[in-house]
Design a protein around this ligand. Sequence first.
Ligand code: ADP
Ligand code: MG
Length: 262
Amino acid sequence: MAAVEIQQLTKTFGKLRALNGVDLTIQPGEMVALIGASGSGKSTLIRHVAGLLRSDAGERGGQVRVLGRTMQSGGHLSPEARRLRAEIGVVFQQFNLVHRLPLLINVVTGVLGRIPTWRGCLGLFTREEKLLAMRALKRVGMDDFATQRAGNLSGGQQQRGAIARCLVQQARIVLADEPIASLDPASARKVMQMLADINRQDGITVVVSLHQVDYAIRFCNRAIAMRDGEIVYDGATDRLTPDFLKDLYGTSREELILTGAF
Ligand code: ADP
Ligand code: MG
């Protein structure tokens, strides 16, 4: 059974075709980079896999299957759809954590797959759940920051907290949408290393969209390159040489990085 199986996924915003018949299969245990210029459709694709967006109506919209089940989106979810959501962890560029709440509460709510609230501080969680969260924080080197408000942490520390929450949630798939876009290089490397660790050690399937193609080459074996809502390359990252990218995007890798297109 594939971790993610997408067939002919199509999403239109008004007149804009953000995704145009995307076909994609990701096997369990893969760590895949999603690359492409700004506006190419990376976030839209990730949001469909997370069940946060609904594709075009009817057959035109195609299909998204996650862990063998059809992904439903929308407000009211069936119990089965909720269970499926719980198996998918998400890490975004920003707003991963509720800033006014302590890191531990943000992380421990991964157990319930709920939005963190102050009730979490009032003993809603068992000692075991808190221990589980502390262990996850230790894994990402953030156990010393458990009682700090998430908003007081640096961007990289918050991302590591978000990864810990995925661990507590026992996610089988982690979708990370530009998790390092606003981080300095040292923090970016740490966050990518942690995604690679949970992939290798816990067997979690990781899909990570990246601006910087260099990080894709360094941390992922497979890259999916998008352009204008379509997949224009799907294969090994070691083929992403400057010349290859120049053919793909009509500009060199260095230029892509300098212009911020990646
Ligand atoms: P990426 O993540 O690769 O930068 P996105 O998936 O965010 O690209 O966007 C793909 C295209 O869809 C862009 O042209 C973007 O402007 C458009 N788009 C994304 N979300 C919306 C939305 N909610 N409403 C209208 N257009 C959108
Ligand atoms: Mg995006």
